[in-house]
Design a protein around this ligand. Structure first.
Ligand code: EPZ
Length: 421
């Protein structure tokens, strides 16, 4: 396994080109299953989770051609079977996104239960409830979800008990091919869900309410869909992560090739802390703050403050003058970065899902361990301000979602190297 060696404190300058959004690309890769003919994605992030999903499509029998690091052409007409096996699904739980489209297209599929992960149990009961409402017969046997809909799926009225991003995406993908109209209530509004709906609408699926919590989808009655090449939207979480890097060292940096309106909650919080941001549609420049004020935040579904940015802001809070509070409302175990930040000398206490961070702390470099994708990026952020050398271990977590991380850090002036354990 590899680890990152970072010398702190770092002084950052310059700009970072932001990648395509991992969490938009994954449902778009699943969308290829209900496409007729060739299906092209551009601005595809070159990260491990995307490679894993392409491997899964390959195992189902699809063919794909990586035209370049950030472009793929997929053809799913050669899909020969509909089983997503445990060994792939356990490495990436977003594999669950093949459930809806495989069932809609073939009337049958088997998908391994994804199981939990470091940040929580991650149940999929709402995915299953939505597909059953559309007429699927679903059983769980030997760790596999076995779904059957021999006569195809039928449009239904579905209310999600909780807002679920991939649960919404599975239901949308299934409804697109169903017979009749589906109404989805309490559906996720994340930009990644919106892009999926917009691409379906461009392919001729009638969808009303895109971007709202209520969708009306008129299915194609089993007809596969034709898509023009799709450009994956920018990764708002990668952009927010790099903004936090500039914020913690209080240096001026810019992020480019973004959709800044996807980052409103992040921009507001950085401004509340004391940073001045120059914002236009495709780039943001962070300017130095005179003073970093403490803040409080609670994570929520879009457009509230994103849970995927919670760890990064916790690292930043260690440099704010006063006590900040962070409450994690979406996942039951997404504070594991606290103990690793404490190893860097952060002053954090937790009670339930709320953390209190006393700043300003002088962080000191040492060995820390990544536990999940976003917690890992928080450790990188903290290492930038920590005095001396930090070593972030188990960085395969980072490889899942951050493209060319060392190159981009070096481009900002960070003294960093990737080493073998
Ligand atoms: C998506 O995960 C993202 N992943 C996550 O990003 C993100 O943290 C999360 O949404 C919340 O924004 C992808 O898009 C691939 P959920 P997802 O279903 O869809 C509960 C990253 O770092 N729930 O919206 O799995 C669930 O337990 C990853 O890129 C049920 O109870 O999350 C959680 O408490 C991490 N039953 C809440 O809903 C269900 O059937 C939100 O989960 C489904 C979800």
């Amino acid at each position: 396994m590899d680890y990152l060696k970072i010398q702190g404190p770092a002084h950052l300058s310059g700009k970072v080109k932001i990648q395509g959004a991992k969490n938009a690309a994954l449902p778009l890769l699943a969308l290829s299953i209900i496409a007729r003919g060739k299906f092209t994605l551009t601005n595809l992030p070159d990260v491990a989770d995307i490679a894993t999903f392409l491997k899964l499509l390959g195992e189902l029998g699809a063919t794909y051609d990586k035209k370049a690091a950030n472009e793929v052409v997929i053809d799913t007409k050669s899909i020969t079977h509909q089983k997503a096996t445990y060994d792939i699904v356990r490495t990436m739980r977003a594999s669950i996104l093949v459930l809806g489209p495989l069932l809609a297209r073939f009337g049958y599929c088997e998908v391994s239960l994804p199981g939990g992960c470091a940040i929580g149990a991650r149940p999929i009961n709402l995915h299953i409830k939505a597909l059953e409402a559309m007429g699927a017969n679903i059983t769980i046997e030997e760790g596999y979800i076995r779904a059957v809909a021999e006569d195809g799926l039928v449009g239904a009225n579905i209310t999600f008990d909780k807002i679920t991003v991939t649960g919404s995406e599975n239901a949308i993908l299934a409804a697109a091919l169903a017979k009749g109209t589906t109404h989805l209530y309490n559906v996720a509004k994340e930009p990644e869900v919106v892009q999926l709906c917009e691409e379906l609408a461009k392919a001729g699926v009638m969808i009303k309410g895109i971007g709202t919590s209520m969708l009306e989808i008129s299915g194609s009655e089993g007809e596969l869909l034709e898509f023009a090449p799709i450009r994956v939207i920018p990764d708002r979480i990668e952009a927010g992560t790099y903004l936090c890097m500039g914020a913690i060292t209080n240096d001026e940096i810019s992020v480019e090739d973004i959709c800044s309106h996807h980052l409103s909650a992040i921009i507001d919080k950085l401004e509340e802390i004391g940073f001045v941001l120059s914002v236009n549609e495709t780039s943001i420049t962070l300017h130095r703050a005179k003073e970093l004020a403490p803040f409080s935040l609670t994570t929520g579904e879009y457009p509230a403050f994103p849970t995927d940015m919670q760890a990064q802001f916790m690292a930043l809070a260690t440099q704010c003058n006063g006590t900040s509070s962070i409450e994690e409302k979406l996942f039951e175990n997404r504070l594991m970065h606290v103990s690793e930040l404490q190893r860097l000398n952060a002053n954090i206490t937790t009670s339930g899902n709320t953390a209190l961070i006393k700043g300003k702390s002088e962080l000191v470099g040492t060995d820390v361990m990544a536990t999940d994708l976003r917690a890992s990026s928080a450790l990188i952020i903290a290492a930038l301000i920590a005095r001396g050398e930090s070593r972030v271990h188990r960085i395969y977590h980072l490889d899942r979602g951050y493209e060319r991380l060392v190159e981009k850090l070096r481009g900002l002036g960070v003294e960093v190297s990737r080493e073998r354990e």
